[in-house]
Write a protein that binds this ligand. Sequence first.
Ligand code: ACO
Length: 335
Amino acid sequence: MFNSKIIGLGYYLPENVVTNNDLSKILDTNDEWIQERTGIKERRWIDPKTDDTTSTMAVKASKIAIERSGLKKEEIDFIIFATLSPDMYFPGGGVRVQDMLGIPTIGALDVRNQCSGFVYSLSVADQFIKTGMYKNILVIGSENHSGGLEKSTRGRGVTVIFGDGAGAAVLSRCEEKSKGVLSSHLHSEGKHARELMLDGPHTGRWVPEIIAENDPEDQSYYPYMNGQFVFKNAVSRFSEVIIEGLEANNLHKDDIDMLIPHQANLRISQFIQRKFQLPDNKVYNNIMSYGNTTAASIIIALTEAWEQGKIKENDLVVLAAFGAGFTWGSVIIRW
Ligand code: ACO
């Protein structure tokens, strides 16, 4: 059995900044409401005039991660791509990245676990590396939310929260047993699937049926969230899964050097920070600038924290996520 370690990190954000005041011009909201409830000041939304898509952003982030890893792209053995907003209904984004990066015909796997997507993907990559099946895996989270949001007052409870962006990590075989991914812990509770979802066109209600109904009130192809219910579940599941990860490694909350929570809501992150009595320099948040970028949020935040020198050799880094499904999970890393 081998350990796995992150050896390259990168992210890409669309240039187009959308402030809360910009949103207040297209729907009934205001900067004070958004900042008070979520902490978000602005987010990035793809300018449709650019070539940015979920996959092209993923490629831009991946190129940076691969370059920083010191590997040649030909040395990547496998791609894992987490997104809820693929360019196409099928195939998924992994194969698009394989093609656009010009990597040989390696395997590509898509992960559909929304805000927990990156944590799930990292865990899957870790298992492949542990068994020796692969040596270097490109793990990506990328989202184009702006293309699918309801940009009117009816959708304001969801629309103001989400942003676009991509992040990527190269996970590699590591010979040192005490370094890299120490453990991952994954959970789901599908009975709450309808509390946060995009019902959309699906095989039980396909496009011709929707066209035939021609119902202007139909919101099924926009994301729906029961915000307060999700919030309550998020704070308890985040805490549980962080404790589970620490206990599995005989670690204590005081051992945490850096907690990177999925950027769902600054209030959720602050709740977790208080619960674990962590000082400000041990929790990294960037939701203020980027909103919730779902599968991309943890990897963008991890990359930024690392770039800013906030993560050093031997630090204990805890990643934790909660989102639609419900799904949640944590990954404990010795950097
Ligand atoms: N601007 C102004 N008013 C608004 C807006 C807005 N953008 N959105 C909603 N409101 C109004 C509502 O209409 C409501 O008005 P009413 O009282 O007259 O009916 C009022 O504000 C309160 O609405 P709530 O939905 O109860 O607001 P809440 O305090 O719950 O905040 C929020 C909403 C920010 C969404 C919060 O519930 C939350 O963060 N939930 C968790 C999100 C999360 O963790 N998601 C998981 C990851 S996402 C994923 O997996 C894809």
